[in-house]
Write a protein that binds this ligand. Sequence first.
Ligand code: SDX
Length: 395
Amino acid sequence: MNSNSVHQLAFIAGFKLLAEHVLMNNEAYYPGLEGVIAGETEISTVDGGLIYRGYPIEELAEKSTFLEVAFLLLNNKLPNQEFLADFQSILSESAVVPEPVLNFLTEIPLHSSGMDSLRTGIGALAHFDSQVDESTKDANLAKAVRLLAQIPILIANRYRITKGMKTVPPNPELSFAANILYMITGKDPSALHEKAMDVSLILYAEHEFNASTFTARVITSTMSDMHSAITGAVGALKGPLHGGANERVLEVLQEVGTADNAEAWVRDAFAEKRRIMGFGHRVYKEGDPRAVILRKYCQELAEETGNQEMEKIADTIEELVRSEKGLPPNLDWPSARLYYYLGLDVELYTPLFVASRIVGWAAHVIEQAENNRLIRPRSRYTGMEKQPYKIMSDR
Ligand code: SDX
């Protein structure tokens, strides 16, 4: 068979695969909705780097604070000094969790994870929010600000309850990032720790139609409420293919233990075809720009906390996975060790992702509600052919 006919056969086989896989009876089917544009948004884009409301993430991480970014994402403009001061004072006034919800945090079984407890806590807050079923933009903005203020209290209180420690109320004198560390650790953070936490919150805040954000939009598209959308989003973020990866990244780094063990560990993972948490991304195939930004803070904090060995482990694994699998690290790869260097326990890592992403989720809930169309895709049926009913005696 000459090479021409081989090419023709290959072309036919490839086209047949395409017809079976993507186009059949005039349907377009993309597993996992990969590459599908499922809606329009003015909030952010990952095309050409990560951009929030027109501002590149690199500039926001360097020059802005998480609170300014939260205001930007929710209000579509950076705040001036006056707006920021108002935003800060509304947040401080909203940093109150109803007593019954705080008490329930003590009733949740100790074995329940931080994410399960947070999902329950947010659901419980709905019962005490007078605007729970109001879906005007003003009502949704007010609920977003309340949740932004209340979620860190749920996270910190639940964590300290599970450790048998007294809870620490927020300190209105501290920044948002500093307050999260203060409520968790009971200590005022250093300027470097505050900045590192603040940058991680900026980087986690928003990421267009990721799985948890899309979950929030689907729930909103039925005209359900903000608390239901956010509770659903927390459930989606918990998964290890999504937000839950940052907790598993720390388990990898601790399992490897020393830089000398790193190569053997990676080769075992390759041999067993294991997914290495913190690597790969559905949309970033050349690398996650957020990981590049946060890595600098990891190096600085590792120096300050004597964790250079963990940096060496991370760099060795990153080099191998990138060079042999073509998989660059995503944001969860540096964020896990950054939180470890800040002295935070692993069960806090994905909840901290929620403390930031609540802003992106809420912005998308507001945007979906403002220009809504029920999100209801089709499915391709691959079940049993049509058949006559069988009475019991014939089964
Ligand atoms: C987040 O979407 C977002 O924007 C999410 C996020 C956000 O800000 O909201 O960025 C936050 O969730 C970051 C991702 C955190 N998750 C992880 O780190 C989990 C590990 N990563 C993977 O499971 C994976 O990379 C995904 C889920 C992130 C993306 O997977 P895709 O796009 O569905 O790619 P795939 O699973 O089809 O993988 C393609 C190939 C496969 O090889 P083959 O089966 O074709 O031979 O790459 C391999 C995969 O096996 N692969 C990996 C891998 N990720 C992909 N192999 C080993 N380790 C990995 N981490």
